[in-house]
Design a protein around this ligand. Structure first.
Ligand code: SAM
Length: 375
């Protein structure tokens, strides 16, 4: 597929109304960037009163898996034009933008992608981000390279790690990652992470009907008592390439019922407001699980997440169609004050609540891909 056609698939062609909204935002942000007063607000609220607390940073749009629900081979094949190196934010640029967000109240930074462990010298970026102060510095990975890298990540200053694993059944997992990758190597990565002190490890399992719902209870049973926390995730309509249908979603309620029938559960209060996963613990005291019900129980009202794409666009919603080009500001030598004011202007006008207004219609609309915006 040629680059232009691909961009039209991945970065949607927006309609005129969206284009004029984008221009208005561009003007607003550019004006904010020329104000001279320093704005490190400490707490920045959007148009719905939601603070910014988490920044998810996509460090690469490349992945060594081709999960059928995320980067299907038919779209992300050998011909696929991934971003060239010059388009990626450098580690210095990422750190600079992250520092601005920390000044606005962000306490959690998550590296993601694509597969973040594919970004060369990722440990160096972690070292740089770890110096930003009292932030929870985490990373989401498919685990393929974790056994080799866990110790170095920990030494660089990573606090925790989340590993994606959609089934313990080898045939099911190999079919879902679509590169024939075995379960055992991901389990070895989880063990290495725990041994390196990156624990408790969170294990993310996306549940897709007809594909891996038979793996729910075995997954819960396997990690029960291990100290690691499995989080079962409802299959979402991110992007435009995975052919999402509501019928493919196994609801969080159904997931909890299936586990509870064999391994009795009781609900637990959230650790903090805005926590994505709903928590459940085993009645016998042997640990907990989480369910992320972003489709059936939207949690937009307390969403505190901002996302920085691989090429430096700021998205204020996972289901966004448009991001603001922070890289342009950075590469035009904007000062920290200018950058801080620009970020503040973007966040203050944020009113996204996609999951609350999702319909079959919106699910079909063009949205950016998760591998580009960061999962
Ligand atoms: N490569 C890393 C990994 O595998 O964890 C990080 C990026 S991946 C996009 C982040 C997470 O998003 C993974 O746990 C993946 O399963 C999840 N994900 C991707 N597409 C999804 C979808 N349509 N619905 C729900 N979760 C999805």
């Amino acid at each position: 597929m040629d680059a232009n056609r691909f961009m039209a698939t991945i970065i949607p062609v927006t309609d005129l109304r969206a284009a004029s909204r984008r221009e208005a935002l561009e003007r607003l942000v550019r004006a904010a960037a020329t104000e001279s007063a320093h704005v490190a607000t400490g707490e920045l609220l959007d148009a719905r009163g939601r603070p910014v607390r988490d920044l998810r940073i996509s460090v690469t749009d490349r992945c060594n898996f081709r999960c059928v629900y995320c980067m299907p081979k038919e779209i992300f094949g050998a011909e696929h034009p991934f971003l060239p190196r010059s388009e990626l934010l450098t580690f210095e640029e990422i750190t600079r933008i992250a520092r601005v967000f920390v000044g606005h109240g962000v306490t959690k930074l998550r590296l993601t992608g694509g597969e973040p462990l594919l970004r060369r010298n990722i440990e160096r970026l972690i070292e740089m981000l770890a110096k930003l102060g009292d932030v929870d510095l985490t990373l989401t990975t498919n685990g393929a390279l974790l056994a080799k890298k866990a110790r170095g990540l920990r030494d660089a200053g990573l606090t925790r790690v989340t590993v994606s694993l959609d089934s313990l059944d080898d045939a099911t997992f190999r079919a879902m990652n679509d590169v024939d990758f075995p379960v055992a190597k991901v389990l070895a990565g989880i063990d290495a992470a725990a041994a390196a002190g990156l624990d408790p490890v969170k294990v993310n399992m996306v549940v897709k009907r007809g594909t891996n719902e038979a793996s729910i209870v075995p997954m819960a049973r396997h990690f029960k008592g291990s100290g690691h926390i499995v989080r079962f995730i409802e299959y979402m309509d991110v992007g435009a390439t995975n052919g999402w249908r509501m019928d493919d979603v196994v609801s969080a309620a159904e997931i909890v019922r299936a586990i509870d029938a064999e391994l009795p559960l009781e609900s637990v209060d959230a650790n903090y407001s805005g926590e994505v996963a709903e928590r459940w613990r085993y009645r016998d005291g042997s640990g907990e699980i989480g369910v992320i019900a972003s489709v059936t129980q939207a949690f937009c009202s307390d969403c505190t997440r901002a996302r920085l794409s691989t090429d430096g666009k700021l998205y204020t919603c996972l289901f966004g169609t448009d991001g603001f080009d922070l890289r342009a500001l950075v590469r035009e030598s904007a000062s920290d004050v200018a950058l801080g004011n620009a970020v503040a202007a973007i966040w203050r006008q944020r009113s996204d609540r996609y999951s609350e207004i999702r319909t079959a219609e919106t699910a079909r609309a063009s949205k950016v891909e998760m591998s580009y915006i960061g999962g």
